[in-house]
Ligand binder design. Structure first.
Ligand SMILES: C[S@@+](CC[C@H](N)C(=O)[O-])C[C@H]1O[C@@H](n2cnc3c(N)ncnc32)[C@H](O)[C@@H]1O
Length: 490
């Protein structure tokens, strides 16, 4: 039972639009949330995913504002996070209303070519919206995903990796720096701001227990700084989405109005009334979506879309470029050796990626990143492809995932894939080796055509990782930090 502070009820009653009433709000705050997921279209199509899960009793109800989002009915939803299909990144457990901001950000993009698109997610951990943005961008262009909290950067990276996002560069800054370092560099920016979380009470029964108006007021300065900085980092003609999972106007409408006060005519509020059928039920007079929990039976959320009509004066000078960038271009000799190695395991370097070398490591950077070299410090760019050994190379787990996701039309051929059974996939994700004697006849026959060496293991024809065939066993190549204690399969 949600614990709602009476002061919150008094406060929010004043802010409710006329057509909604406080009793409904309180009643909905007490209801458990409907379970929702987003299919990761970087790895599997929506139809294929449904076909896969239907036999296990999954039922899907479409979420009107996200083509790959569904409310699901499933027998045992407590273990969804440990399901093989979740761990292999076929879906993301994401609250329905949290799928709104990425949809709103790209609502005007009428073609699918994002190859020269620069996108920033200012506050991105744990990564639900970043991974949704990357899927909408089809892994093209460049997505800069920033997070201020170091522990949350790790979770962000894990999700980016799990979902096969390869067009991403991670940064770890206070989001206030982007206006200065990245002045007018991005075509689209999402600011899913730190907030009071009033809309999350259906998932966290204590979210409103010790609510106090001073907390709402205290966070306003940070939100105003962040939105100003994001607006400065936006190219003229670009779009910014400001979103929160809170309900008070001070953290929502007031922050957007503050931006308009600062930048005047350069700021245009774009109406989201036609974003999906029935969007008008949540639309404010400015055209923002103020999603009260009772409107779509969801968490509370706020989404504003803001266009930058003209360039604005920057507040500070461009900082000096970073002098030492620790990566260099790969030599043509090493590149051709690498290509031979990759070819042997059925992989290749995709278009729009550049191979870079640092110490004994080879990385693949999205080509679009070139423009950003030296502009600021990046935690990770693209993905680590391989280690350079005395003789040859050793492919990295994250590369096998990213390379087989980067272009779903260019999947590795079946000759190079080794399909596991669900039980074997579970063992793989638990870090175990598999003895050749444990394989079924068809698998043993297939293995007979391989030489000893690395092979890419799959489940449902989607990559799980890499194993090394040693004659009598398949040696597990999962990095330690990705080994799971509990894994379920159907
Ligand atoms: C609402 S959460 C983001 C959720 C995320 N966008 C997602 O969809 O998974 C807000 C995030 O902002 C981060 N944050 C807090 N202060 C920040 C700042 N000054 N600059 C950037 N991020 C900040 C928090 O650590 C938190 O991860």
């Amino acid at each position: 039972m949600a614990n709602i502070n009476p002061n919150f009820i008094k406060h929010i009653e004043q802010e409710l639009p006329e057509h909604l009433n406080i009793d409904d709000l309180i009643e909905y705050c007490q209801r458990p949330l409907r379970k929702s997921i987003r299919v990761n279209t970087l790895k599997i199509s929506v139809d294929e995913f449904k076909q896969l899960m239907h036999p296990h009793g999954w039922q899907f109800e479409p979420i009107p504002w996200c083509d790959s989002g569904f409310w699901i009915t499933v027998e045992d939803d407590a273990n969804l996070g440990n399901l093989v299909e979740h761990l292999q990144g076929l879906f993301y457990i994401q609250e329905a209303s949290s799928m709104l901001p990425p949809t709103a950000l790209f609502s005007a993009c009428d073609n699918d070519d994002f190859s020269d698109h620069y996108v920033l997610d200012v506050a991105s951990a744990p990564g639900s919206k970043s991974t949704q943005l990357a899927a909408l961008m089809n892994n093209q262009g460049l997505l800069v995903a920033n997070e201020y909290s170091s522990s949350r950067v790790k979770v962000l990276h894990a999700n980016v990796q799990r979902m096969g996002v390869s067009n991403c560069a991670l940064t770890h800054f206070d989001g206030r720096v982007f206006g200065e370092y990245m002045y007018e560099q991005f075509d689209a920016i999402l600011l899913d701001a730190p907030c009071g979380g009033e809309g999350t009470v259906r998932k966290d029964a204590n979210a409103l227990k010790s609510w106090d108006i001073s907390d709402v007021e205290a966070i306003g300065d940070t939100q105003q700084d962040l939105i100003e900085s994001a607006f400065l980092a936006l190219k003229p003609g670009g779009s910014l989405v400001y979103s929160t999972c809170t309900l008070s106007r001070a953290e929502n409408q007031a922050v957007c109005h503050h931006l308009k006060q600062v930048f005047g005519e350069a700021v245009e509020f774009e109406s989201l009334a036609n974003l999906f059928e029935d969007a008008d039920k949540a639309t404010t007079e400015e055209g923002f979506l103020h999603v009260w929990p009772q409107i779509y039976d969801s968490e509370g959320f706020f989404v504003a879309k803001i266009n930058k009509l003209t360039s604005v004066e920057r507040a500070k000078k461009q900082p000096k470029p970073q002098r030492k960038f620790p990566f260099s271009d790969i030599s043509s000799k090493q590149l051709s050796q690498l290509q031979v190695y990759l070819d042997n395991i059925g992989l290749s370097i995709p278009e729009h990626f550049n191979a870079k070398v640092r110490d004994e490591e080879i990385w693949l950077f999205p080509q679009a990143f070139d423009e950003f070299v030296g502009k600021m410090r990046f935690q990770r760019i693209g993905f680590k492809l391989a280690d350079i050994l005395k003789k040859g190379f050793k492919i990295r787990h994250e590369a096998v995932i990213a390379l087989t996701t980067v272009d779903t039309n260019n999947q590795i051929d079946t000759q190079h894939r080794f399909e596991l059974t669900p039980e074997q996939a579970k063992l793989f994700l638990m870090g175990r080796d598999i003895q050749v004697s444990e394989l079924n006849d068809a698998q043993q026959t297939k293995l007979a055509s391989y030489n000893n060496g690395e092979l890419i293991v799959t489940l449902h024809q989607v990559t799980l990782g890499v194993m090394k065939f040693l004659g009598h066993r398949l040696k597990n190549g999962l990095p330690r930090d990705l080994v799971h204690d509990r894994v379920y399969h159907y």
